[in-house]
Design a binder for this molecule. Structure first.
Ligand code: RTP
Ligand code: MG
Length: 158
């Protein structure tokens, strides 16, 4: 009998500047690995405002866009490619609702509730579809993905 097919997805995860500043990256990586994700790629970088605008181009023109761009270019990010069956959905479930303040009421165990700051400074990003995951992975990683990153290996600087 054929083995069942398992569709492993990739998603782009970001620890945003407010979370990187807390120096809890190792703790967060343990949570990610314990949740069954494989970390395929990882790096630390600072985005220019132009890069942040480009990354979040879908939100151009919205009221929060200027503060989103300022926030996302305000300090180092940790950017990762995560793999798992249904990785896109699972990572977004793990990080929780967009607004970290509301998340503390409705999803108190979510990463945004625990580590995020407010409505805009919510600590984490996750791709929201196969299409955006593909775009966002290419946005940050042009090099090929071959090996999982071993536990505890530091993010290399961009
Ligand atoms: P993300 O793209 O970062 O994973 O977040 P999301 O899908 O949960 O939320 P989205 O609607 O795509 O918004 C992108 C980011 O913009 C900031 N934001 N601020 N009203 C506000 O102040 C507001 N709304 C959204 C957040 O940083 C959000 O993650
Ligand atoms: Mg989004």
């Amino acid at each position: 009998m054929d083995a069942p097919e398992i569709f492993v997805e990739r998603t782009l995860a970001i620890f945003k500047p407010d979370v990187v500043q807390k120096q809890i990256t190792d703790e967060l990586e343990e949570i990610i690995l314990s949740a069954g994700f494989t970390i395929l790629q990882k790096k630390r970088l600072v985005m220019t405002p132009e890069q942040a605008s480009d990354f979040y181009a879908e939100h151009y023109g919205k009221l929060f866009f200027p503060s989103l761009v300022a926030y996302m270019s305000s300090g180092p990010l940790t950017v990762m490619v995560l793999a798992k069956a249904s990785a896109i959905t699972y990572w977004r479930e793990l990080i929780g609702p967009t607004n970290a303040v509301k998340a503390r009421q409705t999803h108190p165990d979510s990463l945004r509730a625990i580590y995020g700051t407010d409505e805009t400074r919510n600590g984490f990003h996750g791709s929201d579809s196969l299409y955006t995951a593909d775009r966002e992975i290419r946005f940050f990683f042009s090099d090929s993905i071959v090996e999982p990153i071993p536990r505890g290996q530091a993010a290399r600087d961009y």
